[in-house]
Design a protein around this ligand. Structure first.
Ligand code: ATP
Ligand code: MG
Ligand code: MG
Length: 545
């Protein structure tokens, strides 16, 4: 059975194609509410909607779900479009749900005429109370016995602005005893005397999501309306609305899948907005943020995100994915594409006492060990170099093969050096190391005389370029109670020394800092004067594919 390799959504779609339910068409939509920046969870939804349509020669709309008038902002609209395009997708139409307010109003009137909706004057608290619980049926509102004429007149008055916010609502008349609480006469229109970014002050009544969404889908001819699992219990209402407002017998089909959850990550626009507003992060595009804008600035590639979304698949029950898996696909995408550069963190100066003063030679190092075609580059080497702070231990721990007093290591691309002396500052800190080198051991000479166990890297002291490096850790960590809490050490910023070519790094350029990790020149902060690099991801992986 070839269906076995298809995810359950594709199986539903293939059945619909086979049976000609929608004339063989596949039309999906991505429906963000423009009240924040998109995050990695939205990326999952974007990839699923767009690639599903692509697979079947279909189309996908970008539709702003802007039926809730209070929170929208054009900054969010621009960011959403940039993010969808950056992920590599092209929408068929860009639409606003608020453009359908007239049709939605007509649809509500249609329900009223059919005796399927009434205007209720219970307070929000009473409505909640009357709705009942899972164990006991709901109680009918006195307004439920309204005639269609009365309901129509009251709804007109709601529209005309005769009531204050919360004084009346329009409710669908379904079943107060339904085991599904969503079907116990849900509110479908509410009053909000609020200016709307698109419709201005034309409306003071706004449709509720469960009423609006199926109508939006139906108007656009969406065939498969993919949403997250929380809406599974709302599906009977989705179908009820379409059936009773006349979008039948081929209404769009709502299909639910499990939302993406990631370890070390909060994914709620509300919580992310709070981090921005209270200054915990630099902005929506802070490289620690799980927003698409943040991941982009961090240096993640669209390809890595798309591969991740593809590989995690679609599930029908909620679970949490290890963020190490996302990082794995980022490394995997970069490993054959970006060049190495030598950058030294927590630098220690090394003076090679037997190397001629005033001499500089160029030594060759490979640009990418995985890809020989990417060639080599030359970097300067001289009597004074810097090495990584982590590559020296005055008192080595067990199995430490890098530099320590009396030990010899290979300096990648150059020579073997041996640590002869540790020179201290008056305060006891290390000022510099005095080493000797062996001219016979020059890289490429084929020296076989003896072996060393450690290889370290370096930059030439005279030509080193100071760069600002931001090593990111997770924004959220788990505490002992298993809760996600803000990590007080989510970024470590340092001045590091880089080989000379990094003075030319362009904003957005990516490199592997040899032995350290993948880095990107920050798009906003890198300029002619200063180079700022964000750590995209380190080199080691705890994820086993
Ligand atoms: P949040 O609660 O994080 O703000 P939302 O669902 O309120 O998200 P919307 O703008 O309404 O945000 O979402 C647009 C689409 O993205 C919806 O179809 C929604 O189901 C989907 N989506 C949101 N979060 C996730 C997630 N974590 N995984 C998969 N899909 C998601
Ligand atoms: Mg939503
Ligand atoms: Mg939300």
């Amino acid at each position: 059975n070839e269906n076995r390799s298809l995810n359950f959504i594709h199986q539903i779609i293939e059945k619909d194609i086979e049976e000609g339910t929608y004339g063989g068409e596949v039309y999906t939509r991505f429906p963000p509410e423009p009240n924040g920046y998109l995050h990695i969870g939205h990326a999952k939804s974007i990839c699923l909607n767009f690639t599903t349509a692509q697979k079947y020669g279909g189309r996908t709309n970008l539709r702003y779900d802007d039926t809730n008038p209070v929170k929208e902002d054009m900054e969010y609209v621009d960011s959403i479009e940039e993010d969808v395009k950056w992920l590599g997708f092209t929408w068929d139409k860009r639409l606003w749900a608020s453009d359908y307010f007239d049709t939605m109003y007509e649809a509500a009137m249609e329900l009223i005429r059919k005796g399927l909706a009434y205007v209720d004057d219970l307070s929000p608290d009473q409505i909640r109370e009357y709705r009942g619980t899972l164990k006991e049926p709901g109680k009918e509102s006195p307004c439920r016995s309204q005639s269609a004429e009365e309901a129509a007149a009251l709804f007109e008055r709601m529209r005309a602005g005769e009531f204050a916010d919360g004084e009346r609502v329009l409710r669908a008349k379904i079943d107060m005893a339904s085991p599904n609480i969503n079907m116990r006469d849900p509110v479908i229109y509410r009053i909000a005397h609020t200016h709307h970014h698109n419709t201005g002050d034309k409306w003071c009544i706004y449709p509720m999501y469960d009423f609006a969404h199926p109508i939006e889908d139906a108007i656009e001819g969406i065939t498969h309306s993919i949403c997250t699992l929380e809406f599974e219990d709302h599906r009977p209402l989705y179908d009820w609305v379409l059936k009773n407002v006349g979008f039948w017998p081929h209404p769009p089909k709502q299909i639910e899948f499990a939302r993406l959850n990631l370890t070390n990550t909060v994914m709620s626009k509300r919580l992310l907005k709070a981090l921005v507003d209270d200054g915990t992060v630099e902005g929506w595009d802070d490289p620690r943020m799980p927003t698409i804008a943040g991941l982009r600035r961090r240096g993640y590639t669209p390809q890595a995100i798309r591969t991740f979304c593809e590989e995690i698949g679609v599930a029908k029950s909620n679970s949490t994915i290890d963020i190490a898996m996302l990082e794995h696909f980022v490394r995997d995408d970069l490993k054959d594409k970006v060049e190495n550069r030598n950058v030294v963190e927590d630098p220690i100066k090394v003076v090679i006492t037997n190397y001629p003063e005033g001499r500089t030679e160029m030594v060759e190092v490979e640009n990418n060990r995985n890809v020989p075609e990417m060639g080599n580059r030359e970097i300067p080497f001289s009597r004074e170099i810097y090495i990584d702070g982590a590559d020296f231990m005055e008192v080595p721990v067990k199995k430490y093969f890098r530099l320590f007093p009396g030990n010899e290591v290979r300096v990648k691309g150059a020579y073997f050096i041996k640590c002869e002396d540790v020179i201290k500052n008056p305060d006891g800190t290390i000022k510099e190391l005095h080493c000797t080198y062996d001219p016979q051991t020059r890289s490429g000479n084929g020296f076989e005389g003896r072996k060393v166990k450690g290889t370290i890297h370096f930059v030439d002291a005279a030509t080193a370029v100071p760069v600002r490096v931001r090593n990111y850790n997770y924004l959220y960590v788990e505490n002992e109670q298993g809760e996600q809490v803000l990590n007080p050490d989510s970024v470590e910023e340092k001045i590091c020394y880089a080989e000379p070519s990094l003075a030319e790094a362009k904003p957005g350029e990516r490199f592997q800092f040899f032995r350290h990790g993948y880095y990107i020149a920050d798009e906003k902060l890198t300029n002619d004067r200063e180079k700022v690099f964000n750590r995209i991801v380190d080199l080691k992986s705890s994820f086993k594919p």
